[in-house]
Design a protein around this ligand. Structure first.
Ligand SMILES: [Zn+2]
Length: 172
């Protein structure tokens, strides 16, 4: 399944569609090709065009509601770019800011990426109790971030090159 990324006219990522759907949107002048496959071409009706990898809608689409990204350890590591929230070094674990034993939940706002050492050192304490202030506050990923997280999960090896400015590394 060769999914094509759809951008809003504002360049904000919206969703992915099938190649067929992408071609139809382009042929109907509802979208323009922002990035095409370097080699492949597709024939539709009497027209031949490059296989679109990224298309952008010609008219801005207002999205009234979009689902929040579901929480996951992997998602937390990616959100924090594998940087420890306590020391800034490479993080491979996820720490609960308020420990689960004290009622802390598995949620975006209560979890941060952490190096194994700091996770172990903080143990069953809050940052205040442990004297380990957070370098930054955790946040709920925006719909665009969520889109990138899901894209990453769906097409590990085929991220559009325009996303490559953000270093995304796999969890160890
Ligand atoms: Zn650390």
């Amino acid at each position: 399944m060769r999914d094509t990324l759809v951008l809003n006219s504002s360049f904000e990522p919206l969703s992915t569609v099938t190649l067929n759907r992408a071609v139809v949107l382009v042929l109907q002048d509802k979208a323009v090709v922002e990035q095409a496959h370097p080699a492949l071409r597709v024939r539709a009706a009497a027209v031949e065009l490059p296989v679109p990898r990224v298309i952008r809608l010609c008219r801005f689409v207002r999205v009234p509601f979009r689902r929040q990204a579901p929480w996951s350890r992997r998602g937390v590591l990616m959100r924090d770019q594998h940087r420890c929230a306590y020391c800034g070094r490479r993080a491979t674990t996820v720490d609960h800011v308020v420990p689960r034993s004290r009622g802390g939940s598995d949620s975006w706002l209560n979890t941060v990426a952490s190096c194994a050492e700091d996770n172990h050192r903080k143990a069953d304490r809050t940052p205040e109790q442990a004297g380990m202030p957070l370098l930054h506050q955790p946040f709920v990923p925006s719909p665009a971030d969520a889109m990138l997280l899901s894209l990453r999960a769906a097409e590990r090896s085929e991220l559009p090159s325009w996303l490559s400015g953000t270093p995304i590394r796999s969890a160890a």
